[in-house]
Design a protein around this ligand. Structure first.
Ligand SMILES: [Fe+2]
Ligand SMILES: [Fe+2]
Length: 226
């Protein structure tokens, strides 16, 4: 990922300055990274991202990058972190660098939350203003009616339906990116599956770590601003 884009990505936009120009630059780097993987089916995926509103969707309906373009920002931050984690691991153990390719990280990180493109819709919401009075504002609510299939699972299914040739590590990483937060605890098979996926595919742990670091550490800077 280009250094100037990383700086732009982590810069907290001033009020009203979260400009289309900034989002356009992030989107350009996002699609450049995807195309660079030369993965079979990636062009259909890029078209679908546009059509489904991925680049303007929020990352959540709550506090976490809940604004226009938030999903693009989140996916780019996760990708930036995952690439750095991979690089550090590879410097300690070159075998990891051979097993987990840069393109695997890019595909898994940029597309792990693809399902969110069809999950949020704009809605009128209420909040307290500076004088503690209730005021209406336009926000987002979650709507799970389109392809109600889970979270990581939904992203995987949507990508496969578009013809993207995901390899096993990418499938596992996207499916299990929520870690134990997305686990059916009553299911022995689920617990065994996530444990095995983590053990067999380093990309699973790399993506889980990057997603968690993005959400709980780096993206906090955007919350403080509000
Ligand atoms: Fe997610
Ligand atoms: Fe995520």
């Amino acid at each position: 990922m280009k250094e100037d884009i990383i700086r732009l990505l982590l810069e907290v936009p001033q009020e009203g300055k979260d400009s289309q120009e900034r989002l356009d630059k992030l989107k350009e780097e996002f699609t450049r990274l995807l195309r660079e993987t030369q993965k079979e089916g990636i062009d259909q995926v890029i078209k679908a991202l546009e059509k489904k509103g991925f680049f303007t969707a929020p990352a959540s309906a709550g506090k976490h990058l809940n604004h226009r373009g938030g999903l693009l920002e989140h996916s780019m931050i996760v990708c930036c972190l995952a690439l750095k984690i991979r690089e550090q691991l590879a410097s300690l153990d070159p075998e990891i660098g051979e097993n987990v390719k840069k393109e695997n990280v890019v595909i898994a990180a940029l597309l792990h939350d693809f399902c969110k493109a069809i999950t949020y819709k704009e809605a009128e919401k209420w909040r307290k203003d500076a004088t503690n009075r209730w005021e209406k504002y336009m926000g987002y609510v979650a709507d799970y009616s389109k392809l109600p299939f889970g979270h990581g699972e939904k992203s995987v299914v949507m990508l496969l339906m578009l013809g993207l040739k995901l390899d096993a590590s990418e499938l596992m990483a996207i499916r299990w990116h929520m870690g134990a937060w997305d686990l059916a605890f009553q299911s022995h098979e689920m617990k065994e599956s996530i444990g095995t996926a983590n053990s067999n595919y380093p990309l699973v742990t790399i993506l889980q770590s990057a997603d968690s670091m993005a959400t709980h550490i780096l993206e906090k800077r955007f919350e403080k601003k509000e």
